[in-house]
Design a protein around this ligand. Structure first.
Ligand SMILES: C[S@@+](CC[C@H](N)C(=O)[O-])C[C@H]1O[C@@H](n2cnc3c(N)ncnc32)[C@H](O)[C@@H]1O
Length: 284
């Protein structure tokens, strides 16, 4: 990160053409709407990307690697263009709503027993999908019937998925997790880090998935989808396309959680507003 913070000289700044190459790639492959006034920030990120590609400068990597980017280049670029900030219990109302309203409602809908399938898209380093698995465990653990439960966690970035799969967090990272969940679902290791308990880990499967792909590869629908704090980076039209594909992955009457500052305005025919950040797919 220190490199990311160091000053950018004027001579190093991406020129207009380079800037528009980055914006174009970001829009086409990742759906990001990068503002041209972020020239300094984008130069910093491209400088780090240049180092990873063995190139000498931000401008050079843009001109040589991003004009016709290969799949490998795009995979690596995702790491430098995305923001992976996340933490346990982020937007805590959602976890409460999940347990108090959504899971009971889904159970009613599914009838006696069945499989509760939850997809956490844009899962970053794992805090969110692991806590969602903890919620399923709390809400279904003592269910009278044998309820199957599964969390699919996806992200575009292999780097964050590697961290997520490890399931190890330090004391500072688990500080926002409610005490009961820390006690019941995390194991304190000798080196004073915390690892996700096997019964929670076993519920979560991590896969790479770019929300920009034309269709999502699921044979069976989910009852619950979380896709929080990623669509803020998308243009309005990409956001609508992604929302429509997310709704397509839900069963009728299923629930979609997005960031509380995000909105599914314009999608009323498919997604009914429940409360900030929570929508329900029409029909059931
Ligand atoms: C700011 S984090 C949010 C993490 C978590 N959902 C939360 O709310 O705390 C955004 C995540 O979205 C992922 N992401 C960005 N663009 C994506 C795309 N096109 N497809 C899938 N994931 C993407 C990033 O790699 C990053 O991990």
């Amino acid at each position: 990160m220190s490199n990311a913070q160091t000053a950018v000289n004027d001579s190093e700044l991406l020129d207009d053409e380079e800037l528009s190459i980055v914006q174009d790639v970001a829009r086409r492959y990742f759906g990001f709407d990068l503002a041209a006034n972020k020239r300094t920030m984008l130069t910093r990120r491209m400088r780090l990307f240049a180092q990873s590609q063995g190139k000498s400068s931000a401008g050079q990597v843009v001109r040589t690697s991003l004009v016709e980017p290969t799949k490998e280049v795009l995979l690596e670029l995702a790491v430098y263009l995305t923001t992976n900030h996340t933490f346990f219990h982020r937007e805590s109302q959602h976890f409460e709503r999940l347990i108090d309203v959504v899971i009971p409602e889904v159970r009613k809908q599914l009838g006696r027993g069945g499989e509760l399938r939850l997809w956490c898209a844009a899962a970053s380093t794992g805090q969110e999908p692991y806590e969602l698995a903890m919620c399923l465990e709390e809400a279904l653990g003592r269910a009278p019937q044998d309820w199957e439960r599964a969390v699919l966690a996806t992200d575009i970035s292999d780097k964050v998925l590697e961290v997520a799969r490890l399931g190890n967090y330090d004391g500072e990272q688990v500080a926002t997790l409610p005490g009961g969940r820390l006690r019941d679902f995390m194991v304190q290791e000798k080196n004073s880090t915390f690892s996700v308990a096997p019964r929670i880990r076993n519920l979560v499967t991590f896969r790479r998935l770019n929300l920009m792909r034309a269709t999502y590869p699921f044979r069976r629908p989910f009852q619950i989808v979380f896709c929080r704090n990623v669509m803020i980076y998308f243009s309005a039209s990409v956001r609508r396309e992604v929302l429509s594909k997310l709704a397509g992955a839900l069963m009728p009457g299923g629930y979609l959680f997005i960031g509380r500052s995000e909105s599914a305005r314009g999608m009323e025919e498919t997604l009914r507003f429940v409360e900030p950040g929570l929508y329900r797919k029409v029909g059931n």
